[in-house]
Ligand binder design. Sequence first.
Ligand code: ZN
Length: 230
Amino acid sequence: MTLTLVERPSPNHAARAADPVDILVLHYTELPLKESLDILSDDKREGRVSAHYVLDLDGTAYRLVPEGRTAWHAGRSYWRGREALNATSIGIEIVNLHGDRHDYPPAQVSALIELCTGILSRHPAIEPRNVVGHSDIAPQRKIDPGRRFPWKTLAEAGIGLWPRPGARPLDGDFQAGLQRFGYTPPIAVPPREIVKAFQRRFRPAQVDGMADPETRARLAGLLDPLGGAL
Ligand SMILES: [Zn+2]
């Protein structure tokens, strides 16, 4: 399959910082295509926003901002000890009215895999652990791309991580484990909201903020294979 890419430039971008691009952030739009493109290209509204790509339901990708420029999609954000991640990330907005309620159509998922594969090949500093959802980097504010997002399918295609099955539940301080993986410390964010963000992505059947044995096993199934890399 060859990705259909449509140029649809947005004026909302800035120069990159000196650091390499090493994070890929996935979002859902919560709005249909046209409204999404309009908002992400609006240079009059207060709090201008944008993304590098918008991916429609049928798998058509719209390029709004060149990958070499900073787009404004992450907002206040944190991952692996760093904040304000726009400067070093690429953002994809995926058309979906609410990823907790609507599945992502197969044509959209295969186009997303192709789009992400290209991005990862152009930016080798984006390691698997740095492919994240907006909810991972802003757990107090965001729930996108939602509980129905196909993280496991993406991981099987080499994009991001999925827990190794059958891991022994993580012992000890669960928040410390979450921080080892990349999540924010529970300072400005209530601890339970961070657990919910983790579950939303890795244990979508139970998003209640309780670190039960299965939730602990899923975190262990992510951390164990990373081993000394942490
Ligand atoms: Zn978002």
